[in-house]
Design a protein around this ligand. Structure first.
Ligand SMILES: NC(=O)c1ccc[n+]([C@@H]2O[C@H](COP(=O)([O-])OP(=O)(O)OC[C@H]3O[C@@H](n4cnc5c(N)ncnc54)[C@H](O)[C@@H]3O)[C@@H](O)[C@H]2O)c1
Length: 256
């Protein structure tokens, strides 16, 4: 059984990248399950829209604008969540950005930006939030990596490298925080129908039309953000208390 303070703490979730795609779907799903949700995004209007949708459905939400690469902004955002909602028990790190480029044209700035947003951003927010979880004796961290870190991605060496770092961070943090009541798991989406995926499709980044691409998948379609959010909700639940350091593909069977 959990004590009163940890029960209170574990109702509050912080979702980065909550203003769009799988982050937004995760916010809506966690709110439906009774969590108060802090929606963090660099895109303030996206965060506001998600929070508004939660309010309209009768839930509790707070939009916080912050760039996950900026530690001062992250600290301010977490302080705002503390003041408005309380201690954070669930962290979903969904903020991320894509970039397609042949390896020989990736410049130093492209490389650094991918690492900053997709790997260091995750570190910044996680480090700011874990003290709440450790002091409450309960926590759930769910990180978004990518199928590209499992299979490789020829035109996304920098993106896939950052996402590979997320898998190693997940496994290492699971070991560091498990004894303190905090689980850390990762979701590796395949092709999920979000604004990010649509930008790639519309930008001609795949060699085949999307209908032809997904026709070869064991489940021959794109995934939905809600299907990814269902996996997030499971990792964030009480039921998942003995599951940590794991990688779950939400990919229609395209990688194991
Ligand atoms: N959609 C896919 O097919 C797919 C596949 C594999 C992995 N992913 C990963 O899943 C996660 C969610 O992706 P999505 O498809 O929902 O993307 P999305 O583009 O729809 O949403 C990402 C959100 O992150 C926010 N964001 C970007 N940079 C930020 C920053 N510096 N600080 C704060 N917020 C920032 C964006 O504003 C946006 O709201 C990402 O980490 C992505 O890399 C997506």
């Amino acid at each position: 059984m959990t004590g009163t303070s940890s029960v209170t703490a574990n109702r509050i979730a912080l979702v980065t990248g909550g203003g769009s795609g799988m982050g937004r779907a995760s916010c809506l799903r966690l709110a439906r399950e009774g969590r108060a949700v802090a929606v963090l995004d660099i895109d303030e209007s996206g965060a506001n829209e998600t929070a508004q949708a939660i309010h309209e459905a009768g839930g509790k939400a707070l939009a916080v604008a912050a760039d996950v690469t900026q530690r001062d902004q992250v600290a301010r955002a977490v302080a705002e969540v503390h003041a408005e909602l309380g201690a954070i028990g669930i962290l979903v790190n969904s903020a991320g950005m894509e970039h397609f480029s042949p390896f020989d044209t990736i410049d130093r700035d492209d490389w650094q930006r991918m690492l900053d947003v997709n790997l260091t951003g995750n570190f910044n927010v996680t480090q700011a939030v874990t003290p709440d979880m450790v002091s409450g004796g309960w926590g759930r961290i769910v990180n978004f990596t990518s199928i590209s870190a499992q299979t490789g991605a020829a035109n996304m060496v920098h993106y896939a490298s950052a996402k590979g770092g997320i898998i190693a961070m997940t496994r290492s943090l699971a070991q560091a925080l498990g004894p303190r009541g905090v689980t850390v798991n990762a979701i590796a989406p395949g092709l999920i129908d979000t604004p990010m995926a649509r930008r790639a499709i519309d930008g001609g980044q795949f060699s085949l039309a999307v209908e032809q691409l997904v026709a070869h998948y064991p489940i021959p379609r794109m995934g939905t953000p809600e299907e990814a959010a269902a996996a997030v909700a499971f990792f964030a639940s009480e039921d998942a208390g003995y599951i940590t350091g794991q990688l779950l593909g939400v990919n229609g069977g395209t990688a194991a």
